[in-house]
Design a protein around this ligand. Structure first.
Ligand SMILES: Cc1cc2nc3c(=O)[nH]c(=O)nc-3n(C[C@H](O)[C@H](O)[C@H](O)COP(=O)(O)OP(=O)(O)OC[C@H]3O[C@@H](n4cnc5c(N)ncnc54)[C@H](O)[C@@H]3O)c2cc1C
Length: 422
C-alpha cells in the first residue's frame, strides 16, 4: 500500500517539477532535529527543497527511553518511507489494559477490531525511531548549533545562532524545537506560552528478559504507572504523580504523613511513590539497577500556534501537550508532511496559511483530549471521583483508545503530492 521511498530521486516528484516551473525557491532553516524537524527534513529532501537544519545537542541526540506509536503515527512513518528503517526492532501490540494500582483489570481494549482492522500499533526505543528518521540526513544536520534569537524583517526573518556561518536572513524559519521552544519564546517574548501541569514524570527503559507482558496503564488517584514492551526482553515504563499545591507528593495508598518532596534521585522517587503498586510494578522497581531514568515535567503550549509572519511552528513547538493519549509523534509527523506539501506547491506565505488551515482543527482537538485526563486527580469525598472514573472506563473504554477511535474515523489530511504507491 505504501511506497518504500516516496521518490527515489527528488526530480521524480511532481512538487519538484512544480517548484521548477513556478520558481519557488526559498532559504529555509529548521531549528531542532527531533521527530518534527527530522521528518520535515525528510519530506523536503523528497520534494527537492533546499534547507538547513540545526540541532543544539553536541551530536546525535541520545534518547534512552521508549515511545508509543499508535496507528496514525505508524501510517505517517510508512508514508514517509521510514517505517522499514526500524528494521522490525519494535513491539507490535494489539491489546491494552487499564488496571487499578493493585494490578486488577478495570477494562481492556482489543486493537484488531473496527476501526483498526488494518492498522498497526507499536512501541519502540525512541533512539531507534530517531536513527530511522535521520537516515540520509546524517551529514546535513548541524549539531552543537543552538538558535539564540529571531528578528522579523521586511521579507523574511533573521536568526542568531551559535554557528556564525548560519546567522542571517531566511525566507522561512521552521521551529521544531519542542514544547519549551526557544524560537517561540523569543518570538513571543514577554508572553506566557507554556503551562506547567504540576506533574513530575519519569521514563525508563528496562531490561526484563521474557517479561511476557502486554501494554498496561495502572491508574491511581494521584499517580499512574504505564508499561509498554519495546521488545520481548525490554520494557518502557512511564510514571507520573500529581504535585500538591504545596509542592509535596502523596504516594497513592500512602498515609498522609508519608508525603514528601521529590528526591534528587529519580530511582528513590519511583520506589517511594509507587511502593504500594501491585501487578508487575514491584518486580520492575526491583530491576531498576543502573537503568537511566529520565525525569521530566508535563507541560503544554497554552495556545496552538502554527506560524507568525515567516516563522512556522511544527510538532511540540506548535502544540506540545500531555502524552497521555500518545499523539505527540503522530501530530509532529503529520505537521511535517502537511507543511512540506504546501511549501512544495505554493509561495511561502500562502503555504503557511494552508498549513494552518489543514492542521489547526485536528491539533486543537487532540491537545484538548490529551490534557483532559490531567484534571482527573481522582481523590474526593468518599473516593467518588475514582468510582466515577472506573465506571466511565468500563462503559466507554480506555481514554487513549477512545481518542484513537475518534481519530481513525476522522477524514485524514490528503497530500496533494501523492506517493506513487499509495
Ligand atoms: C514524558 C513524555 C512521554 C511521551 N510519550 C509519548 C508517546 O508515548 N508517544 C508519542 O507519540 N509522543 C509522546 N510524547 C510526546 C513526544 O515525545 C513529542 O510530541 C515528540 O517528541 C515531538 O517532537 P518534536 O520534534 O516536536 O520536539 P522534541 O522531541 O522536543 O525535539 C526538539 C529538538 O529541538 C532541539 N532544540 C531545542 N531547542 C533548540 C535550539 N534553541 N536550537 C537548536 N535546537 C534546539 C532539541 O535538542 C530537540 O532535539 C511524550 C512526551 C513526554 C514529555
Amino acid at each position: 500500500m505504501y511506497a518504500h521511498h516516496l521518490y527515489d530521486q527528488p526530480e521524480q516528484s511532481p512538487a519538484y517539477e512544480n517548484r521548477k516551473e513556478t520558481g519557488l525557491t526559498s532559504r529555509i532553516i529548521i531549528v531542532g532535529a527531533g521527530i518534527a524537524g527530522l521528518s520535515l527534513a525528510q519530506w523536503l529532501t523528497r520534494f527537492g527543497i533546499e534547507f538547513e537544519i540545526i540541532e543544539q545537542s553536541p551530536s546525535e541526540r541520545r534518547s534512552p527511553h521508549g515511545i508509543v506509536l499508535p496507528f496514525n503515527a505508524v501510517r505517517e512513518l510508512k508514508m514517509l518511507g521510514v517505517f522499514e528503517q526500524l528494521q522490525e526492532e519494535y513491539f507490535d501490540f494489539w491489546k491494552l489494559t487499564y488496571c487499578g494500582i493493585g494490578g486488577k483489570e478495570i477494562k481492556s481494549a482489543i486493537l484488531t477490531q473496527s476501526p483498526f482492522e488494518n492498522e498497526q500499533f507499536i512501541a519502540v526505543r525512541e533512539q531507534r525511531l530517531l536513527t530511522a528518521l535521520r537516515t540520509g540526513l546524517e551529514k546535513k544536520i548541524r549539531y552543537n548549533t543552538r538558535l539564540t534569537d529571531v528578528d522579523h524583517g521586511e521579507d523574511g526573518v533573521r536568526i542568531s545562532c551559535t554557528n556564525e556561518l548560519l546567522n542571517g536572513q531566511y525566507d522561512l524559519i521552521v521551529a521544531a524545537d519542542g514544547t519549551r521552544s526557544q524560537t517561540r519564546l523569543k518570538n513571543f517574548e514577554g508572553q506566557i506560552t507554556v503551562q506547567d501541569h504540576h506533574i513530575p514524570c519519569w521514563r525508563v527503559l528496562l531490561e526484563y528478559p521474557e517479561h511476557g507482558l502486554q501494554p498496561m496503564h495502572m491508574i491511581g488517584p494521584v499517580s499512574q504507572f504505564v508499561i509498554y514492551p519495546v521488545s520481548n526482553d525490554t520494557l518502557y515504563c512511564y510514571a507520573h504523580v500529581h504535585e500538591a499545591p504545596d509542592g509535596e507528593h502523596v504516594a497513592d495508598g500512602a498515609m498522609l504523613e508519608e508525603k514528601g518532596r521529590l528526591s534528587p534521585d529519580p530511582k528513590e522517587n519511583l520506589r517511594r511513590i509507587f511502593a504500594r503498586y501491585g501487578g508487575p510494578v514491584p518486580e520492575i522497581l526491583s530491576r531498576l539497577g543502573d537503568a537511566a531514568i529520565i525525569p521530566d515535567r508535563l507541560q503544554s503550549v497554552t495556545e496552538p500556534c502554527f506560524f507568525d509572519r515567516r516563522i512556522a511552528f511544527i510538532g511540540d513547538a506548535a502544540h506540545g501537550c500531555s502524552p497521555l493519549i500518545q499523539q505527540g509523534a503522530a501530530m509532529a509527523l503529520a505537521d511535517s508532511r502537511c507543511l512540506a506539501d504546501a511549501l512544495a506547491m505554493q509561495q511561502t506565505d500562502q503555504a503557511l496559511t494552508t498549513y494552518r488551515e489543514r492542521r489547526e482543527a485536528q491539533t486543537q482537538r487532540i491537545a484538548r483530549a490529551s490534557d483532559a485526563p490531567l484534571d482527573s486527580v481522582l481523590t474526593g469525598p468518599g473516593g467518588m471521583k475514582q468510582l466515577f472514573y472506573s465506571l466511565k472506563l468500563r462503559l466507554f473504554g480506555p481514554d487513549n483508545v477512545r481518542a484513537w477511535r475518534r481519530i481513525a474515523t476522522e477524514r485524514p489530511f490528503q497530500s496533494a503530492n501523492k506517493s506513487p504507491g499509495s
